[in-house]
Design a protein around this ligand. Structure first.
Ligand SMILES: *[C@@H]1O[C@H](CO)[C@@H](O)[C@H](O)[C@H]1NC(C)=O
Ligand SMILES: *[C@@H]1O[C@H](CO)[C@@H](O)[C@H](O)[C@H]1NC(C)=O
Ligand SMILES: *[C@@H]1O[C@H](CO)[C@@H](O)[C@H](O)[C@H]1NC(C)=O
Ligand SMILES: *[C@@H]1O[C@H](CO)[C@@H](O)[C@H](O)[C@H]1NC(C)=O
Ligand SMILES: *[C@@H]1O[C@H](CO)[C@@H](O)[C@H](O)[C@H]1NC(C)=O
Length: 534
């Protein structure tokens, strides 16, 4: 029905205007585009920036673009996709000297952009009805472009990359403060993706690297030697993991006795192995596994995996359209679905030979020797962690549903929360106390998500309740990814944690803390240079 109305409406409008008018309009649009482009090419000069931010924040205040774009039927996304495709066709058309067609595309791009910004300003999502004409007209042009063979995969990829990199440059200033930051935080940056791909190529091309790794097999004894210091990191981010290993090695008084156990996924397995075989980190031993090889990690044993097979759970995660209205977007982040993220509850099973490990998140930087952690007396507890309730509200009631009798009956709402990211785990106690069983118990009772919503901290708080030993806060300094941390606290900290959205490897990373992370990255490495990581 909507379709019809749109078309009927379009025709009379078209007839009313003469060709001359359209040409004038195209001319105007091209002028505007030239002005806009020439502005954007200028390096972000001081006076221009506030202006742009103002314009942008206007849009951001008006409409939750983030929310809207992620919807499965988002018209905004449809329009934006069309626009970005059309932009590459404009460039191709110009290169082919088809200026007339480039004009038509540009005009239609402008038209769609106006619709988008109008919707943003009036604080309501686009409807199918109002954008129908624009989408159809654009579709026709895109179809023509295909007839002209402008859509050959190679030329589009090339041009799209060019355009995107231009756009990224102009948007990076505003991203920091806006809700677009959330989207940016969820995306794997293209440069990191490139890095992984190049490393994979390197891995399969170079038998040298593979041989090096085989020679390293002599170290298998080290991997289970409980006189050494064992660290584990579960991550799909090679660069971040490299910083964790590199900074730990640098701060260690005796790197030869440090062993890193990395677990990643299928996709990042070869490149991660390649990276750690190509580089040496002061004699630190590094083992890489992928969780797909852990066959016991299956739906019949792991409640989280079982629940993921359930279609209702999948709906909850993917549609975001659940009963209580809006799910905060951060909870729809696919990372909450990731087995890598839940692997922290299976550490004794991943490393059956080990007695004690220090668990590190991949968004940390180590700046002190961590070996004293292994001799701290945990008083028979399983988990040594830094507490987070010093300020005010990081207590159990913040994370768990205390209206539920199972929670109310078993936990103190004012118990102090603690943080994952740098934890000492006593695996002997863990096995003895059947902590994984406790975790399964709570996970199974949360099928309907009434105990807690999502994430690993709430089940962690339940699982390690009464089994957690508080560590001196200087061991684990939190908040570098979202808040201000006093410089004397940072200076004294052993492990700095970039928890929050502003990860140091993203454009939206906080400028003032980024150098703490950057200094452990070898930006002159040819692979990093090829992928434009800087
Ligand atoms: C926008 O999204 C945020 C969460 O991402 C939510 O808290 C807020 O209420 C939304 N605003 C509107 C106007 O929908
Ligand atoms: C699933 O895991 C259990 C133990 O955790 C194991 O006994 C079983 O063989 C596994 N199933 C498959 C299909 O690998
Ligand atoms: C651990 O707990 C699980 C579930 O609570 C139980 O099924 C299992 O038998 C326990 N294992 C041991 C060794 O006690
Ligand atoms: C908390 O638990 C109560 C009791 O089971 C339940 O009725 C309520 O829906 C839960 N709240 C949330 C937000 O899930
Ligand atoms: C490790 O960090 C040091 C500085 O802390 C840096 O010089 C070196 O290039 C880094 N190595 C790698 C492989 O990133």
């Amino acid at each position: 029905m909507m379709r019809r109305r749109g078309v009927d409406f379009r025709r009379p409008v078209r007839r009313r205007f003469s060709n001359a008018f359209w040409f004038a309009l195209f001319g105007l649009v091209v002028l505007v585009l030239i002005v806009v482009l020439s502005r954007e090419k200028r390096p972000a000069s001081r006076p221009a920036a506030p202006n742009r931010i103002y314009r942008y924040s206007n849009l951001v205040q008006g409409l939750n673009v983030t929310e809207e774009m992620l919807g499965p039927y988002s018209i905004t996304r449809q329009l934006t996709d069309q626009i970005s495709l059309a932009k590459s066709y404009v460039v191709i058309a110009k290169e082919n000297n088809n200026l007339q067609f480039a004009w038509e595309l540009s005009a239609q791009i402008r038209n769609s952009q106006v619709i988008l910004s109008n919707a943003a300003i009036r604080r309501a999502p686009l409807t199918a009805r109002e954008s129908e004409t624009a989408i159809r007209n654009m579709a026709l042009l895109l179809f023509q472009a295909q007839q002209l063979h402008y859509d050959s995969a190679t030329s589009i990829m090339k041009l799209k990359a060019k355009i995107q990199s231009l756009e990224e440059q102009t948007h990076s200033i505003t991203e920091k403060s806006s809700k677009y930051g959330q989207i940016a935080a969820e995306e794997v940056p293209k440069s990191l993706y490139c890095f992984g791909v190049r490393l994979t190529v390197e891995w399969f091309r170079s038998s040298n690297i593979q041989r090096k790794l085989l020679e390293g097999r002599q170290t298998t004894e080290k991997l289970k030697d409980n006189n050494l210091y064992h660290f584990c990191v579960f991550s799909d981010n090679i660069l971040a993991t490299s910083v964790v290993v590199n900074s730990t090695a640098l701060s260690s008084h005796n790197p030869a006795s440090v062993v890193f156990h990395l677990v990643t996924d299928e996709v990042n397995y070869a490149p991660m192995k390649a990276w750690f075989a190509m580089n040496s980190f002061r004699g630190v031993t590094v083992e890489v596994q992928k969780f797909e090889d852990l066959t016991w990690l299956n739906a019949s044993y792991v409640p989280v995996l079982k629940q993921l097979q359930d279609s209702e759970t999948q709906n909850y995660y993917f549609s975001g359209n659940n009963g209580d209205g809006q799910t905060p977007i951060k909870f729809r982040n696919p990372k909450y679905l990731s087995m890598l993220n839940h692997l922290r509850f299976y550490i004794p099973e991943v490393f059956p030979m080990l007695k004690k490990v220090v668990f590190l998140d991949d968004d940390v930087v180590v700046q002190k020797d961590l070996t004293p952690l292994f001799t701290i007396d945990l008083n028979g507890n399983v988990n040594g962690a830094v507490e987070t309730c010093m300020e005010t509200f990081h207590r159990y009631h913040k994370y768990l549903n205390f209206s539920h009798p199972l929670i109310r009956g078993n936990f103190d709402p004012d118990a102090c929360g603690w943080a994952f990211g740098m934890n000492v785990f006593d695996l002997v106690e863990w096995r003895k106390r059947n902590v994984t069983g406790i975790y399964h118990y709570w996970q199974e009772r949360n099928v309907d998500r009434t105990l807690w919503k999502l994430g690993t901290l709430p089940p962690g708080l339940l699982t390690f309740y009464g089994l957690t030993h508080p560590l001196d806060p200087k061991w684990h300094v939190l908040g570098l990814g979202y808040t201000n941390v006093e410089s004397h606290v940072i200076e004294k900290g052993a492990v700095l944690h970039f928890n929050g959205n502003s990860k140091p490897w993203l454009k939206i990373g906080m400028e003032k803390y980024k150098p703490l992370w950057d200094k452990h990255v070898d930006y002159s490495h040819p692979l990093l240079q090829q992928c434009n990581i800087h």
